[in-house]
Design a protein around this ligand. Sequence first.
Ligand SMILES: C[S@@+](CC[C@H](N)C(=O)[O-])C[C@H]1O[C@@H](n2cnc3c(N)ncnc32)[C@H](O)[C@@H]1O
Length: 225
Amino acid sequence: MRARPCFSEEPSASAAARLVVRQAGLVIKACWPAPERNKQAILEVLARALPASGTLLEVASGTGQHAAYFARHLPGLTYLPTDIDAENLASIAEWVREARLPNLLAPRALDVTWPDWHIGSVDAIFNANLLHIAPWECAIALFAGVRRHITAAGVVVLYGPYRIAGAHTAPSNASFDASLRERDPRFGVRDLEAVAELAEGAGLRLTERVQMPANNQTLVFARGV
Ligand SMILES: C[S@@+](CC[C@H](N)C(=O)[O-])C[C@H]1O[C@@H](n2cnc3c(N)ncnc32)[C@H](O)[C@@H]1O
């Protein structure tokens, strides 16, 4: 099943402006406030959790802001940004072009629900903010892809809001969850334990959970530690 592409809760341009730009055939290099705010805190986890070299696949890269920032600060990794959405892919391509980094690859289309991601094997997989703005089938598909594509020593890092022990970690997350479910009943803030169970099915254990600003979490999954 193909999930609908989603948009950040804080897009830089209104839907009408995006339409005008698209009709004019221009490429939007989007810049959302949220990735600007969270990129440094996420980088600090990535820098210690990821292998020093190899290929890092980013799933659902959004605008490309994270890709440009992380690739610049993790020069030992070859960074492959991906997304399901054509507009996002165009924006990512602009960030990649402007960054001029030898380790930052051109973006590729990737829908996590594809039975084959056509990327070979990768040493690390990173995703921010997909699981709650997509049907649960996307979480299942994400870890099915992890199982197929990650190397034996591979690491997976996920960033986003999670419920822990059946409870939201903040009232604002509960409101966000309600708004997501109103938008689409298949969406919603996920239970950390349910995500960890999917990871275990892919042979990975939750090895680190980092409390992040704005009531988000970064989860690190690795094999056999
Ligand atoms: C809330 S945005 C997060 C973007 C970015 N990771 C960030 O944190 O700023 C969710 C992203 O998931 C992508 N997406 C939605 N469904 C997807 C799917 N089935 N496979 C891959 N990406 C998907 C959207 O196109 C969008 O870029």
